[in-house]
Design a protein around this ligand. Structure first.
Ligand SMILES: Nc1ncnc2c1ncn2[C@@H]1O[C@H](COP(=O)(O)OP(=O)(O)OP(=O)(O)O)[C@@H](O)[C@H]1O
Ligand SMILES: [Mg+2]
Length: 315
């Protein structure tokens, strides 16, 4: 859009320059006398109007002045043509680069969603086999510790795959009336909650108009982030509020809080402060909430930890 406006403006400038030159050349060819009037007037101006030191001897040969003016106009015209050509070439180059970039991103998107999809099955096979092993063979403390390590790694890979999958999937939402209590329970079922972390859910339930599967993705991401924000033990509080237009769900934690350096940008893709993070989790949450006419905001709590407010539209 911007490039079209620039090309349009350059063309208008160019057309004006050409018209101006043509008009000038036709006047100069048809009636040199009329134009010659200007130098004549100058040559008749009394020298008194000028300073003593200045000698007014401007008596140009008008033919010569036309040649100079014609050359000037042609020069201006050629320069404007050159500027225009350079501008158009640069814009076309930029457009081309943008197109190549968009195509590349589309290919990467398609490829990563395929890899993410294909990796899910073998991962769940590994996880199930591991569970079977634990049941079939009695494990020593050390072996249990090793198994737990493998489990955590599988969870991390699964989460990263889910992130990519959710990021590339189109965020179209199918809204229906859902129970908040059910959504929260289902989300927590999908998260590994360490024993030293307490989760306090709202005592009452309410109905939310949303896409249940996508909303669970939002809650899961926020719970995982909260759990990752604890140095040791911690608390997560979930509460909700309602007014005429919105149901607002608040998820707070008393973890380390959001780094002020990234607070303004945590909903942008690839923003992460974690060594193993993809930085796609909250960006997915944002696009999911926007796709269902809602909002998500983040802040730090006054004393400790962070707060995420998720607004669901009632319409
Ligand atoms: N509850 C929280 N407490 C502190 N910082 C947080 C919290 N939630 C998010 N953040 C910050 O926001 C950043 C972006 O979060 P996001 O979920 O998008 O990506 P991530 O957790 O780094 O990686 P992943 O894609 O694996 O989720 C995090 O790296 C972290 O710095
Ligand atoms: Mg995350």
């Amino acid at each position: 859009m911007k490039s079209k406006v620039i090309i349009g403006s350059l063309m208008v400038i160019q057309i004006l320059a050409i018209m101006f030159t043509i008009q000038f050349l036709s006047i100069s060819n048809q009636s040199h006398d009329t134009i010659a009037f200007v130098p004549q007037v100058f040559s008749q101006t009394p020298t008194d109007d000028f300073s003593q030191n200045e000698k007014f001897d401007f008596k140009p040969d008008y033919k010569e002045s036309f040649v100079i003016s014609d050359v000037n106009f042609l020069l201006v015209n050629s320069l404007s043509s050159l500027v225009m050509i350079l501008g158009v070439v640069k814009l076309l180059k930029n457009e081309n680069n943008k197109k190549i970039k968009t195509e590349k991103l589309a290919i990467i998107g398609e490829l990563s969603s395929r890899i993410a999809h294909d990796m899910r099955n073998p991962l769940s096979v590994i996880q199930m086999t591991l569970e079977n092993f634990k049941i079939q063979y009695p494990l020593s403390k050390e072996q249990e510790r090793q198994f737990e390590k493998i489990n955590r790694s599988i969870f991390r890979i699964t989460h990263q795959i889910d992130d990519i999958w959710d990021f590339v999937k189109s965020p179209t939402a199918e809204k229906k009336n859902c129970s908040l209590a059910h959504l929260l329970q289902e989300s927590l079922r999908r998260v590994n909650i360490p024993a030293n972390i307490k989760i306090r859910l709202p005592p009452d339930d309410c109905k939310i108009l949303c896409d249940d599967e996508k909303t669970i993705v939002v809650f899961v991401n926020i719970f995982i982030n909260a759990i990752q924000a604890f140095e040791d033990d911690g608390n997560i509080w979930v509460s909700f509020d309602s007014n005429k237009n919105w149901i607002t769900v608040k998820i707070e934690d008393d973890g380390v809080g959001i780094d002020p350096k990234v607070l303004d940008r945590i909903f942008e893709p690839l923003i992460t402060t974690k060594q193993t993070g993809t930085g796609l989790g909250l960006s997915c949450c944002k696009s999911i909430m926007e796709s269902q006419g809602g909002l998500i905001k983040a802040s730090n709590r006054p004393k400790k930890g962070s707060a995420f407010t998720i607004h669901f539209s009632k319409q």
